[in-house]
Design a protein around this ligand. Structure first.
Ligand code: GTB
Length: 216
């Protein structure tokens, strides 16, 4: 039996790969694990059947046999633990790759999410014009620090790992902001992630949901 994940039936980003099922799809593609997708409307995400899987009524979730998970970070970590290809064998290198997953989710992603919220939900607030530059400066600092650490390496710590998968996924949420372009090595880093065949397959699969919905 293949695992089943959940994703938006109608993603607000029109299939641009910004919703968090994308990172789970990418991880599954990297390890060569086929998967099924259950598409949900916003209303269905708040119904008891889905709330039993996800206490916050969100996507993505992951079901495999009697295991049900939520939180994209936990799901990607689980996939990386169960299959070869996303975490190094060496114990210390493995711990460092996991550290980069946490860094992506708990250091880089929060200000990036703050910016998305400011842009999408707080635009008409009188204080938004003052707040947005502050949020962007916080992101800029983090990007500068990350850029410094990456230097001219291809990936954050040796070979591509779940840490890079998560970091690239998070940075992609800055698309169109112009912030990443201030650090050319980070632009190249993201492009390397997007060039991976597994990324392309995952992107095509989530885009196909949008394409099918808009042509039907
Ligand atoms: N911490 C959780 C995780 O990492 O899994 C966060 C999950 C989450 O935020 N899920 C969002 C969701 O289900 C979708 S990804 N939202 C519906 C709800 O809360 O009712 C966030 C997201 C949504 C849309 C875009 N977009 O259109 O660009 C991008 C990202």
């Amino acid at each position: 039996m293949s695992p089943t994940i959940t994703a938006f039936k109608a993603s607000p980003d029109r299939g641009r790969g910004l919703a968090r099922d994308m990172r789970v799809r990418w991880a599954l593609e990297e390890v060569g694990q086929p998967y099924d997708v259950r598409l949900l409307s916003f209303a269905e995400m708040k119904e008891p059947a889905h709330l039993a899987l996800h206490p916050f009524g969100q996507i993505p979730t992951y079901e495999d046999g009697d295991l049900a998970l939520f939180e994209s970070g936990a799901i990607v970590f689980h996939i990386a633990e169960r299959h070869a290809g996303l975490l190094p064998d060496d114990a210390n290198a493995r711990a460092r790759a996991i550290t980069w997953m946490f860094a992506a989710l708990s250091t880089m992603e929060p200000p990036i999410v703050d910016r998305m919220i400011a842009m999408l939900l707080e635009r008409d607030q009188p204080w938004c014009e003052q707040r947005l530059p502050l949020v962007e400066d916080r992101i800029r600092s983090r990007l500068g620090e990350l850029s410094h650490r990456l230097g001219d390496a291809d990936w954050l710590d040796g070979a591509f790992s779940a840490g890079d998968l998560m970091m690239v996924s998070v940075l992609l949420r800055l698309g169109g902001s112009g912030l990443v372009e201030e650090c050319p090595n980070l632009s190249a880093y993201i492009a390397r992630g997007e060039a991976r065949p597994a990324y392309k397959r995952a992107f095509a699969a989530q885009l196909a949901v949008f394409t099918a919905a808009s042509s039907g």
